[in-house]
Design a protein around this ligand. Sequence first.
Ligand code: NAD
Length: 289
Amino acid sequence: MSKAKILDGKKIAADLRLQMKAQVDAMDEPPILAVVMVGENEASRIYVRNKQKAAAEIGIICQVYEFSDSIGENALLQSLDELNENHHIHGIIVQQPLPPHLNAQNILRHISPSKDVDGFGLYNSGKLMSGENGGLAAATPKGILRLLEETKEPLSGKLAVVIGRSQIVGRPLAQMLLNMDCTVLIAHSKTKNLKELTKQADIVVAACGQPQMVKGDWVKDGAIVIDVGINRKEDGKLCGDTVFDELSEKVSWITPVPGGVGPMTVAMLLENTIYAALHAEKCCCHCGH
Ligand code: NAD
């Protein structure tokens, strides 16, 4: 029998969407999110469709800008300039992965900080580094922090092991946890004796994209486990980076896959878009925006 309490991201995100809908209904104009897609990628198309659906549900307009995978970097940067300057657009995201001839860092850094609703640009990641968790911070880590809030456990002083150091999950999350006074250890593919480290942790976040790597004997009794991984098993079913059945026997809180971190990521992107719209500079061309 499962001992762990489930951090139900699907439900928490649905509640958040209801609150956000009321917030958007009360705004003079709906927030507009621009999603830039380059080339053809089936997974990206599904992610973008999900974002559009979730946005529409709460009254955010999501406009998709599609470019051929032969577009050059300068042309794409120029299109981003136009979106940056367009006062009708409040948030911009560039769907990844980008084709290999494009430098993703250059492109993400080109988004205006006030419209950078993924929080991957230098300004917003720098803000996080300087100790501020608020504003336009990366959506997946932000969603994880919300899930941790749900446990009502104080984070201060807890030992957190974050497995994975990517720019979209591991690094920003580690910084957010540090900003919440956790003692943070970032593990990655070169880390030695990982299991010895996770066994000491109060919080284990698995964000390494390794199917079911974290097993029951990798964690201590009563730990909190957040599973970010989304992996497809040979039988076609989804699984995370942890073995849910083993861990839920001994930990205090755990996220399921699917239905844990994933829905929170989309909710936090919408929250960031509303934030960007509420903090947007007003247009001075007398068009009313
Ligand atoms: P990534 O491939 O960019 O990074 C993976 C990280 O894991 C790297 O830092 C790597 O060093 C580390 N790693 C790999 N193998 C390891 C090992 N054996 N031991 C320890 N560390 C190891 O991945 P990402 O974009 O950060 O995504 C990680 C996982 O989270 C993927 O499964 C991805 O699909 C999923 N993801 C889910 C969401 C969501 O909303 N649920 C969002 C983003 C990513």
